[in-house]
Design a protein around this ligand. Sequence first.
Ligand code: APR
Ligand code: ZN
Ligand code: ZN
Length: 362
Amino acid sequence: MKAAVLHEVNKPLVIEDVSVPNPGPREVLIRTRVAGLCHSDLHFMEGLYPHPLPAVLGHESAGVVEKVGSDVTYVKPGDHVVTCLSVFCGTCDNCTTGRTVLCTDTTVKMLPGASNRLSWARSEKLNQFLNLSSFAEQMLVHENAIVKIRKDMPLELAALIGCGVITGYGAVVNTAKVTAGETVAVIGCGGVGMAAINGAAIAGAGRIIAIDTNPVKLQLATKLGATDVVDPRNGDVVQQVRELTSGGVQHSFEVLGRKETAEQAFAMLAAGGTATIVGMIPFGQKIELHGFDFLRERKIQGSSMGSNHFRVDMPRLVEFYMRGKLHLEDWISAKLKLSEINEGFAAMKAGKTVRSVIMFDA
Ligand code: APR
Ligand code: ZN
Ligand code: ZN
């Protein structure tokens, strides 16, 4: 099968012939139908986060089950599934207490470099990325890395739920637990930020302020539920948000992964407010906050994959789409072939796309 391989950071991905073995007892072989391009892939391609190379990237996908291992009862061939990098064991302390995104069982949630699921004709090891590697025609994954979905859900939209949508929506609904009427600001309106805005609208947030340097994104954000928009090019972002809200927001979300925007997220909070950092700030970089701001009970927290319980959350997101509450069709800016993947990342770098997806042949 074909897969897009990252050989070296800051070099284009190369399409290579790759193979996967038959599923082990708890593994599932999936025919990949759609894979979204997420900014996290780009962070690794640019070397801002380390990963053993060569590797097949990609972690936002949907497909059809092809084969299952001997102990798998959850799915059968032909089932439609969405993948999630938040693979869980179900028995460690974090899983048992309901925080499956923080699963500590490294035999299931394998650390970078540990999986042997991919091979090729060369002698060097080919690494699986985040236990998924979606930029490939087939994926071999643990059964707890997938969720079944209804077959009338379009797979290109379902794929988006696998990372961008669950990450943004979950940050608002699961991590920050935004309640009806609260004020929200979202910094960075790419695929993940749009999902945070749409999630805030579903949660019934009062004021939803979208912040992005791209006016096209701000326009779409309004369609998804933003009540106000702020363009950082029109002046100090924190001041603009403070003016709009007479003193700051109750919840801010940083959905870009930069030091300065993380600091803005904290600085734009009202007393008692909470900043949630969703973006991946470059590895090793520190952020600076005014210590005084903590006196007024401001909080800052991380959110990993929207603190999801994806087997419950993702089918609910599918239902939100079916009921017209989640506007997934507006997310997709381009449908690409696997061979066009580098063009897709170039467009992301230019800030042009909300989401590009790779469509694999059925
Ligand atoms: N202030 C606000 N928005 C900005 C700024 C800025 N200074 N600079 C760029 N942006 C906007 C871009 O215009 C774009 O719309 O931020 C958005 C980023 O979107 P994407 O590149 O599509 O990123 P996305 O895939 O949504 O991921 C965002 O979340 O999960 C993490 O790893 C992911 O760190 C990444 C973040
Ligand atoms: Zn992602
Ligand atoms: Zn676990």
